[in-house]
Design a protein around this ligand. Structure first.
Ligand code: SAJ
Length: 433
């Protein structure tokens, strides 16, 4: 990497992490070449527009493209720093698929030169950065690779995960602390000097395997703790207790901080990454595996309770409030709310209405169900049953007076003032085991 001027940077994968990262790095004054396999994504970015939703990203991309600092292409180009931010999905057996990372490595290997720094940011199973290094070493025997030579390596390779929250990505890319995991300490120092160009948070240097595990552990921690809250909510339903009251009181203990129950865990990280740990150590991970099962199973509990409420309210129209995987975002992928609403729509047809302020039409699985997208005002005027699936601010703001007489099933605990009398007696609900 040039030490006197800002490095030229190539970002491989222009999705939810790659594009904001490319834009923030360009804002810091680096010339950024973004690479994506999808031509329409490349064309959109080169017009100064964006293909994903993220707060303030549109203006930032427009600005850095207009200043010539960010250009996108389907082709790899030489650079000083390469950031790989491609997907790492899992297969039907929950085994991680790092083929996109390796494909990116193949492409990067073709343009690498001595002095370059390669950084993997994709959430990855432990050992992936070394696998990337091995691939580069095999393709480029002319370059001395870190950990494989007793001499000073020609290139640096590190793992540096992001930990940004959708909806706050730009802010968190700059302000969050980061783990910088080098294959060797020298690799970590190279990556550190790059991240210092745009990260205000503390950058903590470690080895690549520890950094890989750290990212997985962070999301598994969330999953296990959400599973605890979800299990408590099922226990509370069985015992006729208000789980929100119990958690609120327990969290007054100075060292207790229980997370919030919901209809299940959605999104692309928390429900996926724990499997990477389980896959790496199947015999040693009963807790993490069970937590995944509890969170996936919560959807079925919610469906059973919703069905019981609907059947206890004959002739009433039902509003499912929310489709997003969490509050105040327009991301409906991997969403338990969407799965619950679609299931109810298939079973009860035109009785089911859906309120989702972030949607203009219902997703594909509602096709042929007769369910209808309506706004919150119409729902409050016409629906006798409300099923809260997402804690959007627009739903939280509905005053008690407008929902007092409704039968409500609130899976997110947003209306704690809702009279309990409006709920059917819990012991009358026929719950699925
Ligand atoms: N959820 C609950 N109860 C809670 C908290 C969350 O049911 O108390 C649910 C949400 O409704 C949602 C899911 O869990 O369905 C995940 O939401 P989230 O806010 O925990 O996480 P994500 O997927 O939006 O983003 C996470 C973030 N990780 C953590 O909060 C530990 C983010 O910092 C990571 O960078 C991101 O995953 C990622 O890319 O890994």
């Amino acid at each position: 990497m040039k030490s006197d001027t800002k490095p030229d940077v190539c970002v491989v994968g222009l999705g939810y992490i790659g594009l904001p990262t490319a834009a923030v790095v360009a804002r810091a004054g680096c010339r950024v070449h973004g690479v994506d396999v999808t031509q329409s994504v490349v064309d959109t970015i080169n017009r100064g527009e964006i293909h994903i939703e993220e707060v303030d990203l549109d203006g930032l991309v427009q600005g850095v493209v207009a200043r010539g600092l960010l250009k996108a292409s389907t082709e790899m180009a030489p650079a000083d720093v390469f950031i790989i931010a491609v997907p790492t999905p899992f297969d039907a057996n929950h085994a991680p698929d790092i083929s996109y990372v390796l494909a990116a490595g193949e492409a990067v290997a073709k343009v690498l030169k001595a002095g370059d720094c390669v950084i993997l940011e994709s959430t990855s199973p432990v050992g992936t950065t070394e696998a990337l290094r091995d691939l580069i070493a095999a393709r480029r025997p002319d370059l001395k690779c870190p950990g494989l030579t007793t001499e000073t390596p020609d290139i640096a390779i590190s793992y540096c995960p992001e930990r940004v929250l959708p909806g706050r990505i730009l802010e968190e890319l700059t302000n969050n602390d980061r783990s910088i995991g080098g294959i060797t300490p020298r690799c970590a120092r190279k990556a550190l000097s790059f991240y210092k160009l745009f990260v205000r948070g503390t950058c903590v240097v470690t080895d690549s395997r520890s950094a890989e595990m750290t990212k997985l552990v962070e999301n598994a921690y969330r999953d296990v703790n959400i599973a605890f809250a979800n299990e408590l909510s099922i226990v509370a339903d069985r015992m006729g207790l208000d789980v929100w009251e119990v958690i609120r009181l327990a969290n007054r203990h100075p060292r207790v901080n229980i997370l919030q129950p919901g209809p299940g865990v959605g999104g692309h990280c928390i429900a996926v990454d724990p499997w990477f740990i389980v896959h790496g150590a199947p015999e040693e991970t009963p807790l993490i595996r069970t937590a995944r099962g509890v969170n996936d199973g919560k959807i079925h509990h919610v469906i059973a309770r919703a069905e019981a409420l609907i059947e206890a309210s004959p002739g009433q129209t039902v509003a499912c409030l929310g489709l997003a995987f969490k509050a105040n975002i327009d991301d409906f992928r991997e969403s338990p709310a969407r799965a619950v609403a679609a299931r109810l729509a298939r079973k009860y047809g035109s009785r089911i209405k859906v309120v989702e302020p972030y949607a203009t039409e219902l997703p594909r699985e509602f096709e042929g169900t007769e369910a209808e997208l309506i706004d919150i005002d119409t729902a409050l005027e016409s629906c006798g049953v409300l099923i809260v699936l997402v804690d959007h601010d627009a739903f939280k703001a509905v005053p008690l007076a407008e929902r007092m007489a409704k039968a409500v099933y609130d899976t997110r605990g947003i209306w704690l003032d809702q009279p309990k009398a409006a709920l059917p007696q819990r012991d009358q609900l026929k719950l699925a085991s």
